[in-house]
Design a protein around this ligand. Structure first.
Ligand code: ADP
Ligand code: GLC
Length: 481
């Protein structure tokens, strides 16, 4: 199949979170399965083509979006065995301090991405069977294809799949978005009441017009159809519930496994865990914490935003740190309040807590490899990748039982010796405290802990399996089902 895959970030070139990992891995695995997949993302200022063969494909293409005019070019980055990544070059839009902005033209930045992808199809004669749109940034594509590009036989058979990675980000813009999308003639196809209220919700229009809607775990697919998790879009998802499907993300074990990881100092396996102990020493020394044998290390690697649930720790962590011999290594950045919370613990517990504020792929891998436990108290979690990485690294996850966390972490059962981690059902301070103390209790029993690590390490969430599920979805929409 010919697949056009459009996303706002693709790891290796630009990444803020799990969408980047998925957009790098899924196209690659689909390509290995024989499909012609072409990925599109913006050429942000920070994109580094190192390790790829980057060639120019188009330059100086003029694009009108309502009253706005842009000129863009396209480079193609190719790596052996990987799907080509098309980098849309439009410095006026993409040379900003971060990948995402709160700027008034944020929607235009991603409309240009979408339109550039279609223009490249036309100029290269690529007729996509499936356009795979990721998150709000690409969610208007189904409508754009069905209207503005309808005349072009190239897209006659094109079907669309929308994947929702996070319903918390919907891309809500004023009514001028209709014109900016070049859809003034099709204003009647937008949600009329919202338009009257002066709103255009990009993600909603993906839900309305894509041929299939998927999200990134079965539990999240159910959750977002409820008012509690749907962030206002649940009625629309319920209306299309027969096409809404939860497909768990996979893991690229070439990048994220202790046997193959090129970024960690010591590789190891379930059969020989000695490398894990050495990675732990390395982690502690790098983070400036003392290495005290027998003291467990809890790791956190995260965007520091409300979704991730760290506010639950505010009231309980200091007492836990006083009461237990435990260390905490944190990597992340985001909301000031959360950054200040972790910084305050570093000051209050300098031998127990270390916080690296920022983004570091290398440190993320070292924390996975060197920590004993991995904490994700997320309020909601569409899928979550770090808990799956943690399992493979023998780093026992402590998670709130929601979304993909509920689908991937099984609570330890002392009677059967089954289970891969600790999960707690309620989202409150007592529950997270219970979760952490339960994990500390299990850690104290070496045999139990070893079993837990082994159980987790033998789980398999590989993309080989998950990419096949996407192939079936593609086949279904192409077949008209
Ligand atoms: P989300 O996409 O909501 O951020 P995921 O668990 O799906 O959550 O994916 C997060 C990804 O981003 C993981 O690969 C994780 O290692 C990475 N990550 C998050 N924060 C950082 C950071 N500060 N430095 C390096 N990697 C990070
Ligand atoms: C989102 C979600 C995360 C998911 C990732 C990739 O950022 O927050 O749970 O794993 O997308 O699908």
């Amino acid at each position: 199949m010919n697949v056009l895959f459009v996303a706002s970030e693709v790891a290796r070139y630009a990444k803020t979170g799990g969408l980047g990992d998925v957009s790098a891995a899924l196209p690659m695995y689909l390509r290995r399965a024989g499909h012609d997949v072409r990925t599109f993302m913006p050429l942000y200022k920070t994109v580094d083509g190192k390790g790829a063969n980057v060639v120019p494909l188009l330059r100086d293409v003029e694009l009108r979006l309502g009253p706005h005019r842009y000129t863009f070019g396209v480079f193609v980055a190719e790596r052996p065995g990987d799907a080509p990544v098309h980098l849309v070059d439009c410095p006026a839009l993409y040379h900003r301090p971060g990948l995402y902005t709160g700027d008034p033209d944020e929607h235009l930045r991603f409309l240009v991405l979408c339109r550039a992808a279609l223009e490249v199809c036309q100029r290269t004669g690529f007729s996509p069977d499936v356009v795979h749109c990721n998150d709000w940034q690409a969610a208007l594509l189904p409508l754009i294809i069905q209207t503005r590009y309808r005349w072009d036989r190239l897209f006659e058979k094109t079907r669309t799949v929308l994947t929702i990675h996070n319903i918390g980000y919907q891309g809500t813009v004023g009514p001028h978005a209709v014109r900016d999308a070049g859809l003034a003639d099709s204003a009647n196809l937008f949600h009329q009441e919202q338009l009257k209220d002066g709103r255009v919700n990009f993600l909603l229009h993906g839900i309305l017009y894509a041929d299939a809607v998927t999200t990134v775990s079965p539990t999240y697919a159910r959750e977002i159809q409820t008012p509690e998790y749907g962030v206002g879009l649940d009625p629309f998802l319920r209306a299309r519930s027969s096409t809404v499907m939860g497909i768990l993300n996979g893991v690229d074990y070439d990048e994220w496994s202790p046997e193959k990881d090129k970024l960690i100092p010591h590789r190891y396996s379930a059969q020989d865990l000695s490398g894990k102990a050495r990675n732990k020493e390395e982690l502690l020394s790098k983070m400036g914490l003392p290495n005290v044998p027998g003291v467990p290390v809890i790791g956190i690697v995260s965007r520091l935003v409300g979704q991730k649930g760290f506010r639950l720790l505010e009231g309980v962590m200091p007492a836990l740190l006083r009461r237990h011999r435990v260390q905490l290594t944190v990597l992340g950045s985001g909301e000031r309040r959360l950054e200040r919370m972790f910084s305050a613990w570093v000051r209050g517990f300098p031998k127990q807590v270390a916080f690296y504020r920022g983004f570091s792929n290398e440190l993320a891998h070292l924390i996975e490899a060197g920590a004993d436990m991995f904490l994700m108290p997320s309020l909601y979690e569409p899928c979550g990748l770090n808990q799956m990485y943690s399992l493979k690294y023998g780093t026992v996850p402590i998670v709130h039982k929601t979304g993909g966390l509920a689908d991937t972490v099984k609570l330890w059962d002392p009677d059967t010796g089954q289970g891969t981690g600790v999960s707690f059902a309620n989202h409150d301070a007592r529950a997270v405290q219970w979760g952490i103390e339960a994990a500390l209790g299990l850690y104290a029993d070496r045999n139990v802990w070893r079993r837990l690590m082994h159980n987790g390490m033998s789980e398999d969430f590989s993309w080989e399996t998950q990419a096949k599920v996407y192939e079936r979805v593609y086949a279904r929409v192409v077949g008209g089902g």
